[in-house]
Design a protein around this ligand. Structure first.
Ligand SMILES: NC(=O)c1ccc[n+]([C@@H]2O[C@H](COP(=O)([O-])OP(=O)(O)OC[C@H]3O[C@@H](n4cnc5c(N)ncnc54)[C@H](OP(=O)(O)O)[C@@H]3O)[C@@H](O)[C@H]2O)c1
Length: 281
């Protein structure tokens, strides 16, 4: 990757027309030719506040083109416009539904050129009581948090593997590290996602493509509105910066915020008998 100074380049492909200054470019080598292209970041679940905070970092620091993909397309378009206005980058919205598995291949095939970074940010906080009492509610949560992620990321991973480049950033949760009676439905969907991302990282290792797992603790977003954090919360901008820095520094797996990795080291090691006796978690 390199940085260019003041220049305007153009080619037959409209996506390779570079009009602004001091942008970062990714250099792709094809035989003896070097092609320059803008870094392109796809946010799956582009209305996610965490996903958007990470996208802002790529917009500010890499002047990347941002593609926000989500269900509520009106909201996604508004957010894309915000990025254009605030950071002067290219940004656009695409409809994407994690539960509409059959649409995923077509969704990705239609992306031309392909992204170099994909942030998988969609997710739902599953209501434990509802999911215990109604399997369809539980299934809906697993379909989004786990199966939707697996389906679209397998398609993207195959493309990244073929091209020998690309970074997948999967947003899972610390909740997946320990099952508790108050939240084990959501937690197990995230545990599945974390393990899936571990395996995908292992598969792609050495191919040129990378996988980063992000494990946030509590971040004040619309997802957790009205809830109180048990171990404090990580500010949204810090979470966005941590995700960007994980990409920049070539990390494999990160907790967001300064304290969370230490808190989780303790939580993971609390003996099971002690967890079982605590009825308030
Ligand atoms: N906030 C936290 O404390 C916290 C902690 C740990 C992990 N996480 C994880 O971080 C990720 C982002 O969460 P957030 O806090 O940013 O929550 P958020 O602002 O509520 O964003 C979640 C987004 O997921 C999208 N989504 C839901 N179902 C979808 C579907 N079927 N297809 C496509 N998009 C769908 C929604 O988009 P639409 O608006 O388009 O429906 C929603 O905006 C989630 O995976 C969450 O589990 C969050």
């Amino acid at each position: 990757m390199g940085r260019t100074g003041h220049q305007c380049l153009s080619s037959g492909n409209p996506d390779l027309i570079l009009t602004s200054c001091n942008r970062y470019f990714i250099f792709h080598k094809f035989g003896n030719l070097n092609f320059l292209s803008i870094m392109r970041v796809l946010v799956l679940g582009g209305n996610s506040e965490i996903g958007f905070a990470a996208a802002e970092q790529f917009a500010v620091k890499e002047k990347a083109e941002i593609i926000l993909a989500s269900r509520n397309i009106k909201e996604t378009e508004k957010k894309a416009r915000q990025l254009v206005d605030a950071y002067g980058v290219s940004a656009r919205a695409m409809p994407f539904d994690a539960r509409d598995f059959d649409s995923h291949r077509d969704f990705y095939d239609r992306m031309d050129p392909k992204p170099s970074v994909v942030i998988q940010a969609f997710g739902v906080l599953m209501n434990q009581d509802e999911c215990q009492n109604d399997f369809q509610k539980a299934k809906k949560g697993f379909d989004i948090n786990l199966l939707g992620a697996v389906n679209i990321l397998e398609i993207i991973a195959a493309d990244f593997e073929d091209r020998g480049t690309g970074v997948i950033i999967g947003i899972s949760s610390v909740a997946g590290e320990r099952g508790r009676k108050s939240s084990y439905m959501y937690a197990s969907s995230k545990a599945g996602l974390t393990t899936y991302l571990d395996g995908l990282r292992h598969r792609l290792y050495g191919s040129g493509a990378r996988v980063i797992t992000v494990l946030p603790g509590f971040v004040k977003t619309k997802m957790v509105a009205g809830r109180k954090p048990k171990f404090g919360s990580t500010p949204l901008p810090t979470t966005g910066k941590d995700i960007y820095n994980a990409w920049k520094k070539g990390k494999h797996k990160i907790y967001t915020g300064a304290k969370m990795r230490w808190i989780m080291a303790i939580v993971r090691n609390i003996p099971e008998w002690l967890v079982l006796r605590n009825r308030n978690i």
